[in-house]
Write a protein that binds this ligand. Structure first.
Ligand SMILES: Nc1ncnc2c1ncn2[C@@H]1O[C@H](COP(=O)(O)OP(=O)(O)OP(=O)(O)O)[C@@H](O)[C@H]1O
Length: 865
């Protein structure tokens, strides 16, 4: 919004009292569009009018407001405001809604108006922009000398969370980006801080200021599990902002959950992006991601939970195995699983429904959806109890049956309630005696009117005589002038003429008016009463908030696990054996997404075996052979296993990994303003600093972004460092074939290669991972496949030929003859020299006379010449 707004420069005394009221409110809400309610419109003035008319493409007009010039103005109709609010909020703006908060009284001056709610990107409750399978988080960060704290909340579902993180910026960026926080609450003094500026500029995160961390008693109660004062202060700022902007009941906000980041498999945002866990790298879409593949969930809650599980895989063996057990049970009981899935289809988004009901934003439609969902709960509960699962009771107990609430909703709400809440028609017949009586009265009144109309037609002989209604006269009798001209006036002498139209006359009679007041009185009382009953039912639902949230959580869990069982069945996944220690053995592993999206070719399954004598696999192979796919495949298998799913292989034994570090493909620019190579090195640094024996490291062609010698030197020293100091399971792909000699020096490093063969001068990719290494990358062949001009290809082939001739047979450059003081030296030795050395080593000098020794020396020296 305009950093130098007109609203601050004008003299408030120049304006009418109403505009003065607007100006004062706007000055208090400079960061929001102020929607100022006047009659049936929300009006905007000054800067807001100029900006909003442009953004929303609505007409800019002006209004006399006491000053010399007209004030710029634009407005949106009250009944269509939601659409405009959503559009502004989707664009990252905030909207402060100002309503009249008292009834106008004669002679008291202008009515009081106040902000009744501020709608912001992180607090919007209902919008087309809210994805049903994603959370909408608002967060806040506190910085302490030894750690950072992140508090976050999804107002639509009531989730509240707290995380303590190490002090480095990167951790908090990772979390904020992984969670997808849309709005961050910042203490005023930090607003200009670089950290926040980058979040705003690079990730479109909206920043909002909150000065106070005082919270109400109601909100304090949400922090019972948070013993740490810093955590309390962090959440307090967030909750205070929510209360201050929403100004209504936030009872549905749940007890704060504390997330210990080291209780989950740790992955930074870059790794999650590179592995395409929840969205693809290109296109940023869900389709094509692992989430997309695994998502066979039937409910929105399940969809959101699956996404969270993928972002936070487990590291506790028992917990993972419980999930596996459940998936196995569902697989063995196919029909129960299918019945569960069928029932889940009828369960609406309980978390968000409840949020809207508690927030008083819900209509009869939401209550009907709640009813529909509650009908399914006992069914799902029973189905779970029929499963041979050792924790079936615990899971089923999470799903209460809500008999009383369901009875109220069954009896109280009509089948298809209308969208509005004040126009009646929501409450079913037979639920409330008074309402039934009023409905009868109205019905009788209407029957009476119909009878009167029929009787008067007969009595007067005017066949077209009819009873009508308008807001000014109420009910009236209407006859055309032509018809009236033909009858005896006495017949209508007791009619009282109310209105003359061009062709007709309208009349009222005392008895018509009497019935009218009965009918209208009943209607007015009825809509009031219906609203009261609606509010009472809503209140009753609120009483079940916690239990419903718990049920939602259990339903979501069942939904995700049923989804795992389904995909595991569809795509032939197997349950991995989780083993203690660090060995892994995957037989016929596949990349879950690549194998699904391949159109005409068959995916080639590959083993991956890394026992205690293998920490590092150094992967060589031609371009396009499938090196990156093989690396990603392992990460996907590890993650799928640790979220509780089965894995794409025919057999798998896996340890539990506590963290995954990847450097694959182009990086998301978390470290802004740095070159690609610099970012690569920073990411390598993160891995080398934080990885442990229980980590998985995937390094794809590290070092390629700089001069060949620098790149190779770095690659070797990084491999040595991982080998000597970390011991993490590591896949390292490279086109520096010189590195493969490291296998001789580093006992826990093994060479593998992805094979390809040359047939008739054509390269055929076999995609099969085999032991040993290759010494060619076939880059020129791949360039040919990409249809580079023939001239370029031929010239490249010539140059390649001459370079290879210069290099000779050796895979290795002198570079690798590292100086003596290095921990590892890999010396360049060609085949002839090696043969000589072997011959020398084969001599037994204890058995040789001095002459024999001299002869032998002479012979090997001869070979060297
Ligand atoms: N196991 C496999 N079975 C079948 N096709 C595969 C397999 N692995 C990879 N592919 C196919 O080969 C393509 C290239 O794979 P990938 O990107 O992993 O190659 P790469 O060796 O890393 O190449 P580069 O060295 O050029 O980066 C993939 O897009 C996929 O279509």
């Amino acid at each position: 919004m305009n950093p130098d707004p007109i609203i601050l420069k004008i003299d408030i005394n120049d304006y009418t009292p109403m505009m003065q009221q607007y100006i004062s409110i706007k000055r208090e809400n400079l960061d929001s569009f102020v929607f100022f309610r006047l009659g049936d419109f929300y009006e905007m003035f000054f800067d807001d009018a100029l900006d909003a008319s442009r953004i929303l493409e609505i007409a800019l007009t002006g209004r006399d407001a006491g000053s010399k010039d007209r004030v710029p103005m634009c407005g949106v109709p009250y009944h269509a405001a939601n659409n405009y609010i959503e559009r502004l909020v989707a664009g990252g703006y905030k909207v402060a809604i100002v309503e009249q908060v008292e009834e106008p009284t004669a002679g008291k001056g202008i009515v009081r108006r106040e902000v009744v709610q501020v709608v912001t990107p992180g607090t919007i409750m209902e919008s087309n922009g809210l994805s049903e399978k994603e959370n909408n988080y608002i967060g806040t960060v506190s910085v302490y000398p030894d750690q950072l704290m992140l508090g976050f909340c999804d107002l639509t579902t009531g989730e509240l969370g707290l995380m303590a993180l190490p002090l480095e910026d990167i951790h908090i960026y990772n979390q904020i980006i992984t969670l997808g926080v849309r709005e961050l609450i910042v203490a005023p003094e930090l607003l200009q801080n670089d950290f926040y500026r980058r979040l705003r500029e690079q990730y479109n995160i909206v920043l909002s200021v909150e000065e106070s961390s005082e919270v109400s008693k109601e909100m304090r109660a949400k922090m019972q599990q948070v013993s740490d004062v810093r955590g309390q202060l962090t959440l307090a700022r967030l909750l205070n902002y929510l209360e201050r902007t929403q100004k209504r009941s936030l009872e549905h906000i749940q007890q704060a959950a504390i997330y210990e980041t080291d209780s989950y498999l740790q992955m930074d945002a870059h790794s999650q992006a590179a592995l395409e866990l929840t969205k693809t790298l290109r296109g940023n879409a869900k389709t094509g991601s692992l989430l997309w593949l695994l998502d066979q969930t039937k409910t929105a809650m399940g969809g959101r939970m699956l996404k969270k599980w993928l972002e936070r895989p487990l590291i506790d063996k028992a917990e993972i195995e419980h999930r596996h057990d459940f998936v196995a049970c569902l697989q063995s009981e196919y029909f129960i699983k299918e019945e569960i899935k069928e029932s889940l289809k009828f369960v609406y988004d309980l978390e968000r429904l409840l949020g809207r009901i508690v927030y008083e934003n819900a209509s009869g439609k939401e209550l009907a959806q709640l009813r529909q969902s509650l009908r399914q709960l006992p069914v799902i509960r029973e189905l779970i109890l029929r499963l041979p699962y050792n924790r079936a009771h615990d899971l089923a107990n999470g799903i209460d049956t809500f008999d009383e609430l369901l009875a109220t909703l069954e009896q109280g709400i009509v089948d298809n309630p209308p969208p509005g809440i004040k126009d009646g028609g929501i409450i079913a017949d037979g639920f409330n005696d008074e309402l039934d009586q009023l409905r009868d009265a109205r019905k009788n009144g209407k029957t009476w009117l119909a009878e009167l109309e029929a009787a008067e037609r007969v009595r007067t002989g005017i066949k077209t005589l009819k009873i009508g209604y308008n807001r000014v006269f109420g009910y009236y009798l209407e006859a055309t002038k032509a018809a009236l001209a033909n009858i005896d006036e006495d017949l209508i002498s007791h009619y009282d003429r109310k209105q003359t139209l061009a062709n007709a006359e309208r009349y009222i009679t005392p008895e018509l008016k009497e019935k009218e007041s009965l009918i209208l009185g009943a209607e007015e009382r009825m809509s009031l009463l219906e609203y009261e009953i609606f509010v009472a039912i809503r209140q009753q639902v609120k009483g079940y908030t916690q239990k419903l949230q718990q049920a939602a959580d259990s339903i979501a869990t069942v939904d995700v696990l049923a989804s795992f069982a389904t995909v595991s069945e569809m795509y032939n996944y197997v349950r991995a054996d989780i083993i203690d220690g660090h060995e892994l053995a995957i037989v016929d592993g596949r990349h879950p997404v690549v194998e699904r999206v391949m159109e005409d070719a068959e995916y080639v399954a590959n083993d991956c075996k890394m026992n205690n004598t293998t920490d590092i696999l150094l992967i060589t192979g031609p371009n396009m052979a499938g090196k990156s796919t093989y690396m990603r495949q392992l990460a996907d298998i590890v993650i799928m296993n640790q979220i509780g799913c089965f894995v794409p292989a025919t057999k798998a034994e896996l340890p539990i990994f506590e963290s995954i570090f990847t450097r694959i493909g182009a990086s998301d620019d978390l470290f802004s303003g740095q070159s690609t190579f610099m970012v690569e090195m920073m990411e390598v640094n993160m891995a080398l600093k934080h990885a442990t024996k229980k980590s998985l490291i995937l390094f794809d062609e590290i070092g390629r972004g700089t001069a060949t010698y620098d790149g190779m030197a770095l690659a070797q020293s990084i491999l040595e460092y991982i080998h000597h100091h970390i011991g993490a399971k590591t896949l390292f792909s490279t086109h520096y074939h010189e590195l493969t000699v490291l296998e001789e020096q580093l006992p826990r490093l093994h060479n593998v290669h992805v094979s390809a063969i040359e047939e008739n001068d054509q390269l055929v990719f076999l995609h099969k991972v085999k032991d040993g290494s290759v010494d060619r990358s076939y880059g020129v062949h791949v360039a040919q496949l990409a249809h580079l001009p023939n001239e370029v290809i031929q010239r490249a082939q010539t140059i390649l030929g001459s370079l290879e001739a210069q290099r000779g047979d050796s895979k290795q450059l002198d570079l690798f003859a590292a100086p003596e003081n290095e921990t590892v030296t890999v010396t360049a030795i060609d085949a002839d020299t090696q043969a000589v050395l072997d011959e020398l080593a084969g001599l037994d000098i204890n058995q040789l006379t001095p002459l024999d020794a001299l002869n032998a020396l002479g012979s090997v020296l001869g070979k060297l010449k």
